[in-house]
Design a protein around this ligand. Structure first.
Ligand SMILES: *Cc1c(COP(=O)(O)O)cnc(C)c1O
Length: 839
């Protein structure tokens, strides 16, 4: 039993959960489905009885064998390896939060749950990934409501003994310790807990130990609590301490060192500075060589589409933590590195600020946003780091987020998938077309079952909430008739920052009321979400919803459920017919809750933002038209109006339009289409494969190239960069000649371009010269550009000569130019250094 509870794989394996429940069904329920608590509380007599129970023992053996099989069977990664792909030896994945299961409450919302899903999918695919983060004594806060609907925060302290984690210990049994130096000659110590997520270990650093003073014990007290000083200590521990924890873990476990380091958002960015230090002190590289080596193996994922959302510190605060003893320029925290070089890594336009996203972009040779739209938004937002380049050329790609199906799809759906195509259907992006063979009635029954479960859960939670708000049982008889199993159910649950517009649906309360109370075609609405404790504006929005939901005439049709977390979210994704999302476009980087709903046959009703911008296809849900560019107040009016209209004219009629046998045929066809079309695209396994193929494998290859032969590659890149920077001022496009451009250019017209380029001390191979063709705008700028590499053909009177024979990619008023870019085999993109020379 211990092996089964020790691996969180049980959290996405219903059969193992059934086994735990069989130990003591009532206690299982009371323990919130937490097997560690269950085993702590179950009476010894019960365990003795089970030890004699043949049937139970057979099930126990079967579950243990299944776990063994899961952990040892070759998976996708091993197949790549067998095919000869040079896969990474290890990947360290850093995140400030991880939402793996509600029994390990170490997350606040989407970012953390995404990280949890990433670990689970990496485990399913067999990737040698190690998660790294912090263990927060109180996690994020728990939410309840006051009588008048104001958010109240609670910070229960979790005892690590009661969590599904174990300490990292040295061979002699002593606790492994990680230390980082902080000003005043002190050290911040941390122990390391390991949560086992299938095949993937998650290392969580914990500063709450006796060797730290009170202040330092508190470093890992809460997620996203405290001031900037508290936060930078957390980020130093996560980044620098995190690398040290990885080193301790791989040393003790006898595993290879990871060759790829992935930062899930910039919070753990200091990990790159630590790895530079390791190389400088361990192998004698200089800073630039070490930087080149670190960049090659680093992947940075940004999640923040607004500058205001980016993690930034006052430069003096960073200087304080990284400075030398007695004001020397050598950092005490990272000996061997100078403070100036460290500070320069996070430089931005404001000289008083250290920018963690810029740090990530400078440290990661490969960077990405989390949906196609967010990739484009990020390229624009960070353009300043690549001056002279078109935003479309900024080397930030995208990997659209995904969700872990076995965690988020109801077991009824997983059972159907199993019946149709075998157990791996949902994780292998195949077999979804078999849904065509399922009878519409069966799909409708499934939706009804899941909606009924949600209705029960809504009543249970609403009752508890009212009791917390001071009501007595006797007053709460009405709660038993809140919601109806047959009524169209809309869900809206997410954190409450302004851009998510929790209250857009309340823009015209009377119109919403009419929809809720329609005698023929009513709808019911379940709302949930936490506001950041410091955000009173968000709390006021929650209060507005709660007050509306408290009103006597609508309280049976609209509810606000406090304490949105994974245990609640599950019921919402299973049971809601429609998942509503109305962010201010393009501020939702991706969004994942709608994907979880889609995996359960929920239809999305959403602004075309994040993932929905690329995956909405006209038949898998509804797009709320967005009024981009209109001022915010009017925009809210327009978009709210569009939302009501869609509900009135399309969503509700379709749901209530029934065939002879009571099935809403057209609705079910949308459900079927959603599952079939979105199912394979929204999977976390698809996401992790994308990361593996497009980021991890190339990064591991690059890391090997720069490290081989005593870091010859890293030294070559650093030497090249230095030479390039020295020579760049004398690089000049001296003359450009063209031949053949017709009066009226047509697509395919030929154009011969010849350029004379002065290269100073550089050789022709050190650069790539490109002909750039584009549409000419009124200000002479080029757009829709296409760049064509030019060939070096010799030396002319004005420098080196490069030529290209170009076929026009566009018609109409085209313009062209020639530019010079760095060229080196170890660069991932010619834009990498942000250097370009135009005529
Ligand atoms: C999926 C999930 C989120 C993130 O949802 P978004 O659509 O990204 O807002 C937040 N909280 C919980 C509990 C979730 O399950």
């Amino acid at each position: 039993m211990g092996t089964l509870t020790a691996n969180l794989r049980w959290s996405w394996h219903p059969e193992t959960q059934d086994l735990f429940a069989a130990v003591d069904p009532e206690l299982w329920e009371r323990c919130g489905s937490d097997p560690v608590r269950l085993l702590g509380e179950v009476p010894p007599e019960r365990l003795d009885a089970l030890a004699e129970n043949e049937e139970f023992l057979v099930r126990l053996d079967a579950a243990a064998a299944d776990l063994d099989h899961y952990l040892s069977r070759p998976r996708w990664y091993q197949q790549q390896q067998e095919r000869g792909t040079a896969v990474p030896a290890g990947i360290a994945y850093f995140s400030m939060e991880f939402g793996v299961s509600e029994v390990l409450p170490n997350y606040s919302g989407g970012l953390g749950i995404l990280a949890g899903d990433h670990l689970k999918a990496a485990s399913d695919l067999g990737l040698p990934l190690i998660g790294v983060g912090l263990l927060y004594r109180s996690g994020y806060f728990r939410q309840s409501l006051s009588a008048d609907g104001w958010q109240v925060e609670h910070y229960p302290a979790y005892d690590p003994q009661g969590l599904p984690i174990k300490l990292l210990t040295e061979a002699d049994g002593s606790t492994a310790l990680v230390q980082v130096e902080i000003p005043g000659g002190r050290t911040l110590d941390a122990r390391v807990w390991i949560a086992q997520i299938g095949r993937v270990p998650l290392l969580l650093l914990d500063s709450d130990i006796a060797s730290n003073d009170e202040e330092l014990r508190g470093v890992t007290d809460r997620l996203y609590g405290g001031d900037q000083d508290h936060r930078i200590k957390q980020e130093i521990l996560a980044g620098i301490g995190g690398v040290r924890a990885v080193r301790a873990y791989t040393r003790i476990a006898g595993l290879p060192d990871p060759d790829v380091f992935h930062m899930n958002e910039g919070h753990a960015g200091f990990l790159g500075a630590e790895r530079i230090r390791e190389l400088v002190t361990g192998t004698g590289l200089d800073f630039d060589e070490a930087l080149a080596a670190v960049r090659a193996g680093t992947v940075f994922t940004t999640h923040t589409p607004v500058p205001a959302g980016i993690d930034r510190f006052p430069i003096d605060l960073v200087r304080h933590y990284f400075s030398g003893r007695n004001g020397e320029n050598e950092s005490a925290l990272l000996p061997g590195l100078t403070v100036d070089r460290i500070l320069a890594l996070g430089r931005e336009s404001d000289p008083d600020v250290f920018n963690m996203a810029h740090l990530g972009l400078r440290l990661g040779q490969r960077c990405n946003g989390v949906s196609k739209l967010h990739g484009a938004v990020s390229r624009n937002m960070f353009e300043e780091l690549w001056p002279g380049f078109d935003a479309t050329e900024v080397p930030i790609g995208s990997v659209t987020n995904g969700v872990h199906a076995p965690t988020w799809a109801a077991r009824e759906w997983l059972a159907l998938a199993d019946r149709l195509a075998g157990p791996d259907l949902v994780e292998e992006s195949r077999g979804w077309e078999l849904l065509q063979t399922v009878d519409a009635r069966e799909l409708w029954e499934m939706r009804n079952t899941l909606r009924s479960m949600l209705v029960e859960e809504v009543r249970r939670r609403l009752r508890n909430s009212w009791i917390e708000r001071g009501a007595t049982e006797a007053e709460l008889g009405w709660v038993d008739s809140v919601f109806e199993p047959g009524v169209l159910t809309i869900g809206f649950a997410r954190r409450v920052p302004t851009y998510k517009r929790l209250t857009l649906m309340l823009r015209d309360p009377e119109r919403l009321r009419a929809l809720l109370l329609d005698p023929e075609r009513p709808l019911q609405l379940v709302v949930a979400g936490k506001s950041h404790p410091a955000d009173d504006g968000g709390k006021a929005l929650i209060q507005q919803v709660v007050r509306f939901a408290d009103e006597y005439d609508v309280r049976h049709r609209v509810v606000f459920l406090p304490d949105y977390d994974m245990s609640m979210a599950r019921y919402l994704y299973w049971g809601c017919d429609v998942w509503l999302n109305n962010p201010l476009r393009p501020l939702e980087a991706c969004g994942t809750s709608g994907m979880k709903s889609a995996l359960n046959g929920g239809l999305n009703l959403s602004i075309r933002d994040g993932w929905w911008d690329e995956m909405y296809d006209g038949e898998n849900g509804w797009a709320i038209p967005t009024a981009d560019g209109v001022d915010d107040v009017r925009r809210d009016d327009l978009e709210a109006n569009a939302l009501y209209e869609l509900l009135e004219r399309s969503v509700l009629p379709r749901f209530y339009d029934r065939d002879g046998d009571g099935v809403p045929g057209r609705w079910i066809e949308m459900v079927r289409h959603t599952l079939e079309n979105l199912g394979p695209k929204v999977l976390a396994s698809r996401m992790v494969r994308d990361y593996a193929v497009d980021y991890y494998i190339p990064a591991a290859a690059a890391a090997r190239s720069v490290a081989a032969d005593d870091f010859a590659g890293a030294k070559a890149v650093a030497e090249y960069r230095e030479r390039l920077e020295a020579a760049w001022p004398s690089v000049r496009v001296a003359q450009v000649d063209t031949e053949g451009l017709p009066e009226v250019p047509e697509i395919g017209s030929r154009l011969a371009v010849t350029a004379h380029v002065e290269l100073g001390a550089l050789a022709p191979d050190d650069v790539e010269v490109q002909a750039v063709i584009g549409r000419v705008g009124s200000d002479d700028s080029l757009s829709d550009i296409v760049s064509i590499p030019m060939t070096h053909t010799g030396k002319g009177s004005f420098g080196e000569v490069f030529e290209a024979d170009v076929r026009l990619p566009l018609a109409g008023p085209v313009g062209y130019t020639v530019r010079v870019l760095p060229h080196h085999d170890l660069l991932a993109s010619p834009a990498e250094f942000g250097m370009v020379r135009l005529p």
